[in-house]
Design a protein around this ligand. Structure first.
Ligand code: SF4
Length: 89
């Protein structure tokens, strides 16, 4: 797709055309590089490092062992809990 000179070298113009085409195609297709989704703060979800009844982080579908959560930032206790708890199936 890039232009090459008679010596086989890729021209600067060819590289620029290729880059412009790729950017244009991405714009037309609505493709954009999205940053990773930000996690919510522990405060926003009322996280606590103690369970609520039998609801614990390590039984939640968002749990990521050993001390993480897919949707809440920071270190998460296995026996913690927050208000967006979703029971793992
Ligand atoms: S209850 Fe679930 S969503 Fe909330 S902090 Fe624990 S693992 Fe994450």
């Amino acid at each position: 797709m890039s232009e090459t000179s008679k010596t086989g070298e890729v021209s600067r113009r060819g590289l620029l055309k290729t880059a412009a085409s790729a950017a244009g195609a991405a714009a037309i297709l609505g493709v954009a590089v999205q940053p990773a989704a930000a996690k919510m703060s522990q405060k926003a979800v009322a996280y606590q490092d103690t369970p609520l009844g039998d609801k614990t982080c390590d039984t939640c579908s968002n749990w990521r062992p050993p001390n993480g959560c897919a949707t809440v930032e920071g270190e998460i206790a296995p026996k913690g809990y927050c208000r967006i708890f979703v029971l793992k199936r």
